[in-house]
Design a protein around this ligand. Sequence first.
Ligand code: KG4
Length: 313
Amino acid sequence: MIKKYTLAIETSCDDTSIAILDEYKVICCVTKDSTSELNSYGGVVPEIASRKHEEYILDVYKECLEKANISCNQIKYICYTNEPGLPGSLHVGEIFAKSLSFLLDIECYPINHIYSHIFSAFINSKDITYPFLSLIASGKTTSIFLIKSPQDIQELVKTKDDAIGETFDKVAKKLNLNYPGGPEIDKIFDKNKVLLNLPKQQIDNDFSFSGIKSHILRIIDQQSNSNILDIVVIASSFMDWAITTLTDKLKYFKEKYNVENVCIGGGVASNSLFKERIKFLFKSSYVPQKEYSCDNAAMIGYFFYHLYLSKNN
Ligand code: KG4
């Protein structure tokens, strides 16, 4: 039996995910999230998230191998997310990876979660054209990176307070929508209902979302007190503002660094308006498939390929 597959593990937050790749090609990716358990809390509770990883990880591993139709003896490399993330959650993935690496007597590699999001837009492609710009917008990160190679990744701008996904979640929570709030706001978005005039961000600075969050929460309180709360108007105006803020800054940095290719990644990259605007604004743009925007192990294995294996192929 030839050993040739990569087993990738992702447990940085509340998704327990394991993937099998054959070099840069994803054979199978199984992800189990704990959203239903976390819904009643309106967000991620670190202690619950790590206990759920511990409960799910063995079943996710078995299901992934079964779906990929391979045996553990065919795994050649193991890689796992080691940073950044919730310490308890990361720990479960790391212990699982290291135990398996010991049992199978194969190497085990730590992989950066954010860099993996950057590469997720190219999953299943053997070659990538460098340099490119990447805007990562998730529940914890809102940054633009310049990538010259898998070893040369420079963060150009980031958020100085809240992340954009977190802001979607907080606005949604105040509107009594389910967690995570981003997809809920996306579902009710109506471009004909964008009515609120929200303050623009300075283009050449870091992102900042705490001010707009307080501003929107205040509007919701005022409208609720006057019994004129219009959820669709507020959600649509906020979403339009958020996507315009992200794309304006991406455009600014694309021109500043004179880079042709741009891509997006992270949970917010599955937003319908975001994908539409990126395709419209940038000729050479890459958007991850829906299953690879939110946290997943396929992107960990794919970045591992470009970081370690592609040089030898
Ligand atoms: O990358 P991700 O799965 O992991 C974390 O960083 O936790 O991103 C999750 C975030 C959440 O804040 C969620 O509300 C947001 O991505 N998100 C969206 C959409 N789908 C997920 N935000 C806006 N529109 C969406 N369609």
